[in-house]
Design a protein around this ligand. Sequence first.
Ligand code: ATP
Ligand code: MG
Length: 299
Amino acid sequence: MVIVRRDPASPHCPPLDRERELIHVDCASHTYADGSVGIHNMCFSVLRNEIVVLCGPNGSGKSTLIEHLNGLLTPSQGEIWVGGRSITKGERTDLWKEVGVVFQRSDDQLFAPTVLDDVMFGPLNLGLTRPEAHAAAISALEAVGAADLVSKIPGYLSGGQKRLVSIAGVLAMRPKIIVLDEPTSDLDPLHSDRIEKVIRTFKEEYGISVVIATHDLDLAARIADRVCLVKNGAVFAEGTPEEIFYNPELIEEAGLMLPHTVRIYLEFCATGGIEPTDHPVRLEELIVSLQRRSCDSSR
Ligand SMILES: Nc1ncnc2c1ncn2[C@@H]1O[C@H](COP(=O)(O)OP(=O)(O)OP(=O)(O)O)[C@@H](O)[C@H]1O
Ligand SMILES: [Mg+2]
């Protein structure tokens, strides 16, 4: 996979991988009623069975893009395709079954009198019987580590608990694509880790594709198959974590900081006068590279 800088003058962006593409955002733009530009000439794809991470600074357009993926917002220009059908032309009315979104603000998501009712709502709407919906809800709450919240009133939950329940609500519906906007931003480290593991199981066990918007490049380094850098309402570069994170100019252009693993490795090489030829991104890769480099330099 190569880093792409699409020509901003081109009216269309070609599919990234025609065979595997589930979502195709073709040069979409959205301007809010007050004139603020949410996204502009946004080109973005979600492929089958991948975790794609949108990284960009505050106000770069990540949430606006996400709100287009389940039809909550429609683009003023450009087109969005889900499962080969255009949602912009109104060819889809059942998008919520296919694309589950966990919003940045959990208060936008939770509305039922109890946590159980909230998480059962989606499965019931999919046509499951009450016992089936109950089982799906309990299993989703257990998966995210929130089974103890089942009888609580959503409005009284803490920020992190609301986030866990929102994720369970989407998971219980088993959509083809799950989109999570800043999924770990208000979670403690243990729940963060749990959610990270749950996200991996979405892909590995259920074959669900996942889109995550985050500023947390450490999370992106650990979990992403593909990283998209967002700035001024558009993806301006994308590639594997290795391609993106070993390109410090791109990270600087995105207004972000390199993941810790990459910083440690580059610092280690710079101090030892070693050429950084490996490109470790995940912790286990970093350890292997450091061990190898230490052996090389002691010879
Ligand atoms: N409802 C709205 N009305 C007017 N402007 C909006 C609205 N929602 C977002 N915007 C503007 O659109 C731009 C993109 O915002 P968006 O929320 O998509 O960014 P983001 O990348 O998700 O940022 P963050 O990392 O802070 O969540 C910003 O300039 C923002 O002020
Ligand atoms: Mg946002």
